[in-house]
Design a protein around this ligand. Structure first.
Ligand SMILES: [Zn+2]
Length: 258
């Protein structure tokens, strides 16, 4: 009888240690040397991360010389770009912004909050005094620091940041091509027209979902464990008023990206 208990005991120990190792391998593959919490909230430098690559090294046109994405996403984008070029040799295709960390996002946020960066031609500090309302206005098109898919190295913005550009001419051809073909390369448009919550439509923002879907899951469990960390006072202007909206905006994405 005793020996049977012993065998069961050893079996349980082995099963759990193998599972733990599998989980550790998964974590290493997903996050590399940065701990998941810092990775998911963008508290690291993409240019120094061993799993990131520069787009210019792969021949992808960018407006800044060093734009970074996760290598898998960058290679998928390289393939997608090549396919687009074969069909449309002359239509502009450029990446304006890709991986942005917490501090990059904080700069954008603070600029819009303080009125230094006008939002649709308006200085928000002058016209919206209520912190929650001002945050919601910014969040039509920009995320709070720590809540951006751009932190993960899976998402990029095309050169032109207005939806109307993609309604006619070259912009329309580019958007239609992406809408039809991007899925084949692992990309989706998270912020489509007609969603009930979250950011407005962004025809310029595309996401590499084979990786992003794991990061979204990770981000959600991180938020669940410690929601207070996202609305800490002083984290960024308006954090204590708007931090609780983080999961709503993070998860209001198109079904294509889920
Ligand atoms: Zn974007």
């Amino acid at each position: 009888m005793r020996i049977e208990y012993f065998i069961i005991f050893i079996y349980i120990i082995l099963t759990f240690s193998i599972q733990d190792r599998v989980r550790a391998d998964d974590i290493l593959q997903l996050y590399g040397s940065v701990n998941p919490r810092d990775y998911l909230t963008g508290r690291f430098n993409p240019s120094k991360h061993e799993l990131f690559g520069a787009l210019s090294d792969l021949g992808i046109p960018t407006n800044k010389s060093r734009q970074y994405l996760r290598r898998e996403a960058a290679e998928a984008l390289q393939n997608m770009y090549a396919a687009f070029r074969r069909e449309h040799p002359w239509i502009p295709f450029g990446v304006r912004s890709s991986a942005r960390n917490f501090y990059d996002q904080k700069q954008i946020w603070e600029g819009k909050w303080s009125g230094k960066i006008p939002v649709m031609g308006k200085r928000l500090n002058r016209i919206i005094k209520d912190p929650l309302k001002r945050a919601r206005e910014i969040m039509k098109y920009s995320s709070m620091p720590g809540v951006s898919r751009h932190h993960w190295g899976t998402d990029f913005d095309l050169e032109v940041l207005t939806n109307t550009y993609y309604e006619s001419g070259e912009g329309r051809l580019l958007y239609q091509w992406l809408a039809k073909n991007s899925r084949r390369y692992g990309f989706c448009q998270p912020y489509t027209f007609g969603r009930k919550n979250g950011y407005c439509e962004e025809r310029w923002h595309w996401s590499y979902y084979p990786l992003a879907k794991h990061f979204l899951k990770g981000w959600n469990s991180l938020y669940k464990k410690d929601p207070a960390a996202f609305s800490e006072k002083g984290l960024f202007p308006g954090s204590s008023a708007a931090g609780h909206l983080a999961p709503l905006y993070m998860n209001a994405i198109s079904h294509d990206c889920e």
